[in-house]
Design a protein around this ligand. Sequence first.
Ligand code: PSU
Ligand code: MN
Length: 330
Amino acid sequence: MRILKRACALILRKGVHTYQNILHNKDLFRIHPSVSEALVENKPVVALESTIITHGMPYPHNLSTAKEVEAIVRAEGATPATVAVIDGEIRVGLSLDELDHLAQSKRPLKVSRRDLPYVISKGLSGGTTVSATMIAAHRAGIPVFVTGGIGGVHRDGQNSLDISADLTELGRTPIAVVSAGVKSILDIGRTLEFLETQGVCVVTYGTSKSFPAFFTPDSGFPSAYNVQNPSEAAKLIAGTLSLGLQSGVLIAVPVPEEHAAVGQQIEEAIQAALTEGSSEGVAGKDVTPFILQKVNELTGGKSLQANIALIHNNAKVGSQIACALSKQMR
Ligand code: PSU
Ligand code: MN
């Protein structure tokens, strides 16, 4: 009997051991040396997503923007960590060659939380969405993540249940996401309600009382809170982390005034693109890329220009927040 017990314990322990090996399999996750050096020295790092590269913008604008954003992060004194899945490995921090390869890939995959297991098990590559990038950033120990816009509750989402996994990720992963708010291709009111239910602290950066709608600084929906500067934002993030809330923070940065002028024209194009998308039966994960491309066509490239400008601005603000946070955490 005692021998049997010991054998069982041994098998159990071996089982647990194997399970832990899988969990910590370093081959599935690789941090670029520039990023790990910065992390070890407690220097500020900014995580960046890559669906914006694979699905958010056409080549070569996607590549030039990705490089410019990394340069802005460096100029502000932080280290950029662009996240993607390459040959079945989650990478935090990419080389120029890898960025270039992603930007030019013909049929790239869009990888969100639910896609990670499949893409990794098949050794595939793809751009990570906000949700998958948050997972990678959290695992690497990077609390600040900059993007353009996050996903949300789609229009008619109360019927279709098309709600971006970005929102549930914000509810379960303690990362601060800096974005220009939520695009009006989505249902902004329901998106904000859903974020509240998920326990996500949403703040607008600056003095505006409104939550921004990506191309326009004012969505018409009020923002619950404001942070006025990098140090206030950093305090908010530090508070979330030290409370151990395990939920994220959304810092919404309004598009700079000089690029907001085309907002109305873009809004009209969005309406047209939404109508065309639904009559063509575009659904699921294809909706956002379809609308973005259509709106760009309809505005003669103006939406793309505004998109690039606001990402540059988010990168600047996000890097300043990351720098302030790393000072506060020292
Ligand atoms: N919004 C944009 N550009 C983008 C995206 C959103 O203005 O490229 C991408 C982001 O990666 C975001 C994802 O996480 O789309 C959301 O997709 P979905 O709605 O399928 O969850
Ligand atoms: Mn969706």
